[in-house]
Design a protein around this ligand. Structure first.
Ligand code: ZN
Length: 161
C-alpha cells in the first residue's frame, strides 16, 4: 500500500478521517469498470449510501482473471436483463388480461341482472293475463247462468194460461 498512500485523499466522514490505512484492496464489479482494482474504505458496504465512499483506482495492476471473466459476466448479465424485461412484459400482459376478464365478468353480471329483471316483469305480466282470463271465464259463466234463469222465466211466462 506504500505506493498509493503517498497520494493524499482524506474525507471526514461519520467520525473517521479516511486515509489509505483505512482502505482495503477491492475489485470492481460494476459493468463499466469490471475487474478494475481499487483501494476503498473498509467501512464501505455495497448498496448502501450510509458509508464512506472514499476510493482510489489502482490502475496499472490489471486483474487478469477479472478481465477474462468480464465479457462472460456482462453477456450473462445482459441475457438476464433481457429475460427480466421479458418476464416483466409477460407479467404486465397477464395483468392486462386479468383486468380485461374482470371487466368482462362485470359486464356479463350486469346483463344477467337485466335479463333476470325482464324475466321477472314478463312473469308478472303473464300472471296478470291469467287472472284476466279467469275473470273473463267467470263472467261468461255468470252471464250463461243468468241467461238460463231468464229463459226459464220466459218459458214459465209462455206456459201461463
Ligand atoms: Zn472511509
Amino acid at each position: 500500500m506504500s505506493e498509493a498512500s503517498g497520494s493524499s485523499y482524506n474525507s471526514n466522514y461519520r467520525g473517521h478521517v479516511c486515509d489509505m490505512d483505512q482502505c482495503v484492496l477491492r475489485t470492481s464489479l460494476q459493468l463499466h469498470n469490471f475487474g478494475r482494482r481499487f483501494y476503498g474504505c473498509r467501512h464501505w458496504k455495497p448498496g448502501s449510501d450510509e458509508h464512506c465512499k472514499s476510493f482510489k483506482w489502482l490502475d496499472g495492476i490489471p486483474c487478469r482473471r477479472g478481465a477474462a471473466t468480464a465479457p462472460i459476466v456482462i453477456a450473462k448479465f445482459t441475457r438476464l436483463e433481457a429475460e427480466a424485461a421479458m418476464a416483466k412484459n409477460n407479467e404486465m400482459e397477464a395483468r392486462a388480461m386479468i383486468a380485461n376478464l374482470i371487466h368482462m365478468e362485470r359486464v356479463a353480471k350486469r346483463s344477467a341482472e337485466k335479463a333476470r329483471a325482464s324475466l321477472r316483469m314478463a312473469n308478472a305480466r303473464a300472471r296478470k293475463y291469467q287472472i284476466a282470463l279467469l275473470m273473463s271465464w267467470f263472467l261468461v259463466a255468470v252471464l250463461f247462468i243468468f241467461s238460463l234463469g231468464n229463459r226459464e222465466i220466459g218459458l214459465r211466462q209462455m206456459c201461463l194460461p
